[in-house]
Design a protein. Structure first.
Length: 214
């Protein structure tokens, strides 16, 4: 267990759940990954895919069969529940306490049932985006911090999707949350620390946990 790591303190390396907080109960887990309802979710169904190994970014995970299989299990259930297209994104940090990770010093991928694209809003921020497949991120970004975004059609699987990557020149915190909040007309309520929305997280966890067990 890594000291002061929220995610390592939820599920340890042996797969044991080490929390009694309902909002921190995993939706599902296997030997390598677990899924958690996101705190601060602006939308029901907002899920995090998290490696049990303590790493700062997902860039190596995207190439792993275990990650692909786990993510597709979750997408199958999420598709059945929400019947929408999805967006997925990551704020890829490279060190502890990086502002890019906004206090969560452990890699995680956001997957959200959401019909609207963020791409035009991303481009409007003046950042340079490169198209690449998820498996190519590691070789493209090297040791740099990065942002990654992709879109997943309804009833589709995660199969090394093509997306957009930006190599960060300086840390950027909660970049994608801000874009979503703007689209939902609540631009001042993007911050998960100020607006944790625990009820939404618990609702997502309960709905998807029950669906996983059907």
């Amino acid at each position: 267990m890594i000291e002061m790591c929220r995610f390592c303190n939820i599920v340890d390396a042996d797969g044991n759940i080490a929390t009694n907080k309902d909002e921190n109960q995993p939706i599902w887990s296997d030997d390598g990954y677990f899924a958690l309802a996101s705190i601060g979710a602006l939308i029901e169904g907002w899920v995090l895919i998290i490696p049990k190994t303590h790493v700062f970014s997902m860039k190596e995970c995207y190439k792993e069969e275990g990650f692909i299989n786990f993510t597709n299990e979750m997408l199958y259930v999420m598709n059945n529940q929400y019947n929408k297209s999805f967006i997925a994104f990551e704020h890829g940090a490279n060190k502890c306490e990086s502002e890019t990770s906004c206090g969560t010093n452990h890699a995680h991928l956001h997957i959200i049932p959401y019909q609207n694209s963020l791409y035009e809003d991303m481009r409007s921020q003046g950042l340079v985006w490169k198209k690449c497949k998820s498996s190519q991120i590691s070789s493209y970004v090297g040791n740099n911090e990065y942002l990654f975004y992709t879109e997943i059609s309804a009833n589709s699987a995660w199969s090394d999707p093509e997306g957009f990557v930006h190599i960060l020149e300086y840390p950027i915190s909660q970049f994608f949350r801000k874009l979503i909040a703007n689209q939902l007309n609540c631009p001042d309520k993007y911050n998960y620390k100020q607006y944790p929305r625990i009820d939404t997280a618990i609702k997502t966890k309960n709905i998807l946990s029950e669906a996983m067990n059907v």
